[in-house]
Design a protein around this ligand. Structure first.
Ligand code: SF4
Length: 443
């Protein structure tokens, strides 16, 4: 049977592995056992040496790369990462998981895109690993892990309320009796076996609960536990000294994640990574005023929709295409500045969609129609995407003034010295960008 810790690295077994691992400085050393196990994984592509992690720290980066590629790369090739579903690497995997949790906790915010990427990837990984285990052992291991997670002999639906609230699981996926979630077959038969006289209770169990719901709940519960674990580390990191190896991994992730994402998202292209310098003419996030910076990082409180649809959409599009709107009398369209809409599609929309994704909960997860509202605020009517043939059906919405922001989105306005004497975030951006351009070393 597969090891419990390969599915749940937060299990007692997983914690034991961590206790026994010892010196964290070793994570940068080549590990022959790891290399051997990865190379000999069934279906693993080994044609290119760089595909195989040689150290635990490389394995950590590969896990993140797997998550990014799986989510974004249309030509994603599982054979390049097959070893991460090989249960023989469970010890290395557990250590890597804990290293990543700690590095992410000290480097990123809890609601950040990076943290979510990691937590979600853990959920996906669990489902992929479970799918590789033969059915009989799979059932056994799922029950064993659920037993360990259970509190007082049952999983109370309230223990999943955070998962439900975060929209990672629907209440309708659950069979609840007296506040307890019914997952195991014997529990189902004990409670409801007598209720079915004309059909098999076992069959009803498979219809109403079934293995797939159990797997989903298991993966969601572990995602939830991972998030809680990261939050605990973050809280503790203010009081305890962090190991230099963890700090180093955190710094590497800060560079690595934007670099990998930028392969699929033009907005992040450029030498400076997520908030680094971008080419002249492109949006410069360093010059964003505080309200826009907060929106780009993700809005979790009230006003999430307006922050993305009204504030950021107009700001980003005018800042990139027509920053002098308030000094001009002309009426302009997006295509006047961006005739083939490539800037809109490759720079402006990715920034807005990314910010929407950074919100808690992510905007399009519960309100996908807001994508259409964004397109309409750019002047392209109520459609799913920008299309020159629809331009003019709606008006290109002009950026909100500071006064309006203070009234409608007060949580986002935390003026700093760059806001002095201005009445619109766009003016603040223009002034700051001008200064930064002036200070930048000339080639
Ligand atoms: S003063 Fe204006 S630009 Fe500055 S944070 Fe507030 S709303 Fe944004």
């Amino acid at each position: 049977m597969a090891e419990v810790s390969f599915i749940n690295p937060l299990s007692d077994e997983g914690r034991q592995i961590i206790r026994e691992y010892g010196d964290l400085n070793r994570i940068f050393d080549e590990d022959e056992t790891l290399i051997e196990k990865c190379i000999h994984t069934l279906n693993q592509k080994i044609s290119d040496d760089s595909l195989i992690p040689k150290t635990y720290s490389q394995l950590a980066m590969k896990r993140i790369q797997w998550a990014i590629e799986k989510k974004n790369n249309k030509n994603f090739t599982q054979a390049e990462f097959e070893y991460i579903t090989n249960e023989e690497i469970y010890t290395q995997d557990v250590v890597t998981f804990h290293i990543l949790c700690q590095a992410i906790a000290i480097q990123f915010n809890l609601g950040s895109r990076e943290t979510r990427l990691f937590v979600e990837s853990q959920g996906k990984l669990i489902l992929e690993r479970l799918a590789k285990i033969p059915p009989m052992s799979r059932e056994e291991i799922i029950d064993e892990i659920l037993d360990e997670i259970k509190v007082d002999g049952a999983i109370n639906w309230k223990s999943l309320k955070d998962v439900v609230a975060s929209k990672k699981l629907k209440l309708t996926d659950l069979l609840i009796d007296d506040g307890s979630i019914i997952l195991q077959q014997e529990d189902f038969l004990y409670r409801f076996g007598d209720e079915f006289s004309d059909r098999s209770p076992e069959r009803m169990y498979n219809i109403l609960v079934g293995e797939s719901v159990k797997e989903l709940i298991l993966s969601r519960l572990i995602m939830q536990k991972t998030e809680e674990y990261i939050a605990r580390i973050k809280e503790m990191s203010a009081r305890i000294e962090i190991h230099p190896a963890i700090i180093k991994i955190g710094e590497e992730l800060k560079e690595f994640i934007p670099e990998e994402i930028s392969k699929y998202n033009q907005y992040y292209a450029g030498s400076g990574g997520l908030f680094g310098s971008v080419e002249a003419g492109k949006l410069n996030p360093e010059a964003f005023p505080p309200c826009i910076k907060s929106t780009v990082e993700g809005v979790s409180s009230g006003g999430r929709n307006d922050a993305i649809v009204l504030l950021l959409t107009s700001f980003a599009s005018y800042a990139r295409l027509y920053p002098r709107i308030f000094a001009s009398e002309e009426s302009v369209k997006v295509s006047d500045m961006d005739p083939d809409l490539t800037i809109t599609e490759n720079e402006i929309l990715p920034l807005i969609f990314d910010a929407a994704d950074n919100c808690t909960p992510p905007l399009f997860e519960d309100q996908p129609q807001e994508k259409i509202n964004i397109i309409s605020k750019l002047g392209f009517g109520m459609h799913e995407s920008v299309d020159i043939n629809h331009e003019g059906e709606t008006k290109w919405y002009t950026p909100m003034s500071c006064e309006k922001i203070k009234i409608h989105l007060p949580n986002l306005c935390h003026p700093d010295k760059s806001c002095k004497g201005i009445n619109n975030p766009l003016s603040c951006y223009g002034r700051k960008k001008f200064q930064l351009d002036k200070e930048a070393p000339k080639d």
